[in-house]
Design a protein around this ligand. Structure first.
Ligand SMILES: [Zn+2]
Ligand SMILES: [Zn+2]
Length: 81
């Protein structure tokens, strides 16, 4: 039995296509909706050579999605529970 972080079962509704990520941009006053760019793991990966995550990693339950605002191009990481 391996209980590592390589195979985390993905309970993310957004990844499973059960719902869309709807999150307003924190930068835009008019509440522009962010575009879901997919889980952050797609970009940095669990095998990233950079082990220096700032803060603790709570990847077991929440799926971190990288979102971008089409209006101001802010990139925001949204945890999906
Ligand atoms: Zn996800
Ligand atoms: Zn914005």
């Amino acid at each position: 039995m391996f209980k590592g972080r390589e195979m985390v079962v993905n309970h993310c509704d957004v990844c499973n296509g059960e719902r869309n990520l709807v999150e307003a941009c924190p930068e835009c006053d008019d509440g522009t909706l962010l575009e879901d760019m997919g889980p952050v793991d797609n970009y940095y990966g669990p095998y990233s050579p950079y082990e220096e995550y700032s803060g603790e990693v709570t990847s077991d339950e929440s799926c971190m999605h990288l979102c971008r605002c089409p209006e101001c191009n802010s990139e925001v990481t949204i945890p999906i529970h």
